[in-house]
Design a protein around this ligand. Sequence first.
Ligand code: FAD
Length: 277
Amino acid sequence: MTEHLFSFEYSAPRTEEALEKLRRTHSRLQPLKPHFCSVTYGAGGSTKDGTRQAILELSPSGTPMAPHLSFGGDQLDVIDELLDTYRSAGVQRLVALRGDRPSGIGTGRSMVHANELVRYIRETTGDHFHIDVAAYPEIHPESDSVDSEIHYFKAKIDAGANSAITQYFYNADAYFRYRDLCQRAGIDVPIVPGIMPITNVQGLVRFSNLCGAEIPRWLNKNLQTLEKDPDALKAFGADVVTNMCQQLLDNDAPGLHFYTLNQALPSLAIWDNLGLS
Ligand code: FAD
């Protein structure tokens, strides 16, 4: 049986209090022996210090840490310095992204696409880093068509990415269809489903509208009904997401990447339901 790749994603802390919360979350999740834990990066450098600090501090815990990285508006020397710092700290994995524009920045400045970042990392650091990139089973909101989605995803792999993590979704068929399309396009890297536990209905609906993740009508109706009953919502959400994870693993998904939002319990509930402990 092939070993599944399980990983957890943390949000970069912006304050000492948030860093302290992240330490507590990591101390609960790292005993599960994830393949790695990643830390997000605010494009434009809004969380640069938080990302670096969290990565450097949590690396000695024994769990491989993977910083997210994007050009944002940065000069090459800023990226070079981060790559040097990470390499010296023993980091061996990165998640390379174009990133999202921080709100309030406007649309004037062009963003550097992830394939260019992957190429740059390969040119400057060779094969040192395992590079993950993002994939969108329900299609990135800016993509013109499914064909262009697959075309530009392939460009990231051709530039040297080793594997991919998907945007979250609540419909396993979207993942299976996307995986088939990738296979037909000759993309053969592992595409690990990104899993978003359900905790806060308003936040989830708002963010899903922005990032193009679809909440199926039946699920949305149930969430709206349960919103005022946090315990029932948690139990229902864990059940729905567990069933989808099981379906993904039963059908050869290479692993699961949990978007923790720096909370341990929602991911732990799904982990336990799946019998992974
Ligand atoms: P790209 O691969 O560059 O794609 C963006 C859009 O441009 C797509 O529509 C694509 O089809 C198109 N495109 C790609 N390449 C080209 C090209 N060469 N020419 C023309 N069009 C092109 N955001 C953050 O800010 N920080 C994070 O830490 C972060 N972590 C994430 C982790 C995961 C696993 C995922 C799935 C997303 C994450 N995001 C993060 C969100 C991500 O940055 C956004 O979805 C962003 O809008 C696109 O990033 P990308 O790397 O997929 O971009």
